[in-house]
Design a protein around this ligand. Structure first.
Ligand code: HEM
Ligand SMILES: [Cu+2]
Length: 584
């Protein structure tokens, strides 16, 4: 055994630590990964409950909540805001990138640490403070923020604009500011780890596609979150320091005339969406990488066109920076800019289609092993295709004029981002659970959970395309009782039965998740014991020296990689490292 500077095992030298240092204020990236996942689990439970309240209100607007009373329009907007903010930031950014990133990424590149352990712990605690701030904002005097996760000015820039625009909005800004700082630090950590701590033989071409997903997401993250942070500071200044970055001269908000300088709300849209569009790729890129790896694993195949998949990951990331204007077609963009953003958006269909073709080709006629993890990966592909089909439609400025503020968009992004992202997370959980706990999750319960979730996702979000086409507006608290006989109101009114169906489906979808929680808790104590590498995977996180919490193997054995991942054949597999003997 040759001690290796790069992969020296910190566990080997670790003195006995107190409970607090080991599990709470720890710098161990595995524990930090689990802390992030626990935080995301709390967040997803809260975020889903809020979405159910929205659905209940949309179907039964007079329903009164215990301890609260009826849901007022400002309550509904607060629900939309909190739901979107929690889900995007604290679930879909936190869990794949920071949660599974910490838990699995170092091992997948053959490293025993993250590059900056202390910074790593700091980013977790800042993220936790951000979530706490957001949740506390619910109780803020004057109400929680109601400007949506996009916080458009001028209303968000004027503290006296109405309900939720005072302390609630300030706390929202503080929360997201903290989150942006934590994410920027975490991304620097991820990038330096991948660039500097790869073990011997781990060339860029041999990196698992999950690592390429984390890498590209981290690149985007640094760019996007630093711009968001700057924008948040400017908005804060408009609210409290008398500046006018986003406020036009002569703007009249809630009886107050803005007499300061001449700013532009459009500037916020540019800054926000320069962050916001890459943000949805940050949420989904790790899931895309994982999908490629799992489809290969359970089909016993190589990833089809591996190098091209590395390229498409980078290309999706790069194009993702150029398309933010597709969120602004109805905001008064120059028509030439609209055309440019439309073309760059449709261009993303090329690498995205290449990814889908690779996923299909990898599994084609392979008689895949349909484990729960595999089912969720296949589900990811299905949702990605369904959501992807409406992308090029919305990318037409002329069609977006009508669709932009309707539920059609809500349907689009819940398929391509929300549900696909969640399916990626379920896949990751079922797949890596044995690595962390030494036990398997129940497959029968898992399959039931998959089919329920798959069915629930489609029956909830597919009809939203139709209610959207029938003019159901988003960010509207109430549809019933629309006055008038104008064609639009008749159309929207006609979609009300479909809306009850959506609400029942959402309740079903949420209820099925109880199976997941039962499985998670039950299997961590009573699941079948897992063998060292139960899925016969080839990547390094299954190496006995690198698996999370593998202190018992605390040696300094040098780890080197000798081949690309996914060296599967019908009957056997070869890990990325050489053990000197053939497995099985
Ligand atoms: C139980 C499943 C879910 C249901 C039933 C649901 C339902 C809804 C509803 C009714 C809205 C408000 C639409 C409006 O009035 O404008 C909404 C908005 C939103 N949802 Fe979900 N959702 C679910 C899961 C998710 C997940 C997992 C994400 C993760 C990213 C997510 C992200 C968002 C975002 C970003 C918004 C927009 C918020 C805004 O406009 O500020 N949702 N959702
Ligand atoms: Cu976008």
């Amino acid at each position: 055994m040759i001690p290796n500077q790069k992969s020296a095992n910190p566990h080997a030298l670790r003195p006995r630590l107190s409970f607090l240092r080991r599990y709470i204020f720890t710098t161990d990236h595995h524990v930090i990964g689990l802390q992030y996942l626990a935080l995301a689990l709390v967040a997803v439970a809260v975020g889903s409950t809020l979405s159910l309240l929205m659905r209940l209100h949309l179907s039964w607007p007079n329903l009164a909540l215990p301890f609260h009373g009826p849901i007022l329009p400002e309550d509904y907007l607060a629900l939309v805001t909190l739901h979107g903010t929690i889900m995007l930031f604290f679930v879909l950014t936190t869990a794949p990138q920071s949660g599974f990133g910490n838990l699995i990424l170092p091992a997948q590149i053959g490293s025993r640490t993250m590059a900056f352990p202390l910074l790593n712990a700091a980013s977790f605690w800042i993220t936790a403070a951000a979530l706490l701030t957001l949740l506390m904002s619910t109780f803020a005097q004057g109400g929680a923020a109601i400007s949506g996760w996009t916080a458009y000015p001028p209303l968000s820039a004027v503290a006296s604009a109405g309900p939720g625009q005072a302390l609630g909005m300030d706390l929202w800004l503080l929360s997201i500011g903290l989150f942006a700082i934590a994410s920027t630090i975490a991304s620097i950590n991820t990038l330096v780890t991948i660039i500097n701590l790869r073990c011997d033989g781990m060339t860029w071409e041999r990196l698992p596609l999950t690592v390429w997903g984390w890498f590209t997401a981290a690149l985007l993250s640094i760019l996007a979150f630093s711009v968001l942070l700057a924008a948040l500071v400017l908005l804060f200044c408009d609210r409290h320091a008398g500046t006018s970055f986003f406020l036009p001269a002569g703007d009249l908000v809630n009886g107050t005339l803005h007499s300061g300088g001449n700013g532009s709300p459009l500037l916020w849209l540019h800054l926000f969406w320069f962050f916001g569009h890459p943000e949805v790729y940050i949420a989904i890129l790790p899931g895309m990488g994982l999908t490629s790896m799992l489809l290969a694993n359970f089909s016993r195949r190589k990833v089809f066109a591996y190098r091209t998949m590395i390229l498409t990951t980078l290309l999706i990331g790069f194009l993702g920076i150029l398309v933010w204007g597709h969120h602004m077609f109805v905001a008064g963009l120059n028509p030439f800019a609209g055309t440019a953003f439309s073309i760059s958006t449709i261009a993303i269909a090329i690498p995205s289609t290449a990814k889908v073709l690779s996923w299909l080709a990898t599994t084609w006629r392979s008689r895949p092993h349909l484990t729960t993890a595999m089912l969720f990966s296949l589900g990811f592909v299905s949702l990605f295709i369904t959501g992807g089909l409406t992308g090029p439609i919305l990318a037409q400025p002329i069609l977006d004029q009508y669709l932009h503020n309707t539920f059609f968009v809500v349907a689009h992004f819940h398929f391509i981002m929300a549900m696909a992202g969640i399916f990626g997370l379920f896949s990751a959980t079922y797949y890596w659970f044995p690595l962390v706990t030494g036990r398997m999750m129940s497959e029968s319960l898992g399959r039931l959970h998959f089919w329920g979730t798959f069915l629930g996702a489609y029956t909830t979000f597919l009809p939203m395309h139709i209610t959207g086409l029938a003019a159901e507006p988003r960010h509207y608290a109430q549809l019933t009782g629309i006055p008038g006989t104008a064609a639009a109101s008749l159309l929207a009114h006609g979609s009300i039965p479909l809306q009850s169906h959506i609400t029942y489906s959402a309740i079903f979808l949420a209820s099925v998740q109880i199976l997941f929680f039962i499985n998670l808790i039950h299997s961590s104590h009573h699941g079948l014991p897992a063998t060292g590498n139960p899925w016969q995977a080839t990547t390094l996180e299954w190496h006995p020296e690198l698996a999370p919490f593998s202190d018992q193997f605390a040696s300094n054995e040098r780890i080197a990689v000798v081949r690309a991942p996914c060296a599967y054949s019908d009957t056997s597999f070869q890990t990325q490292w050489d053990t000197g003997h053939n497995p099985e």
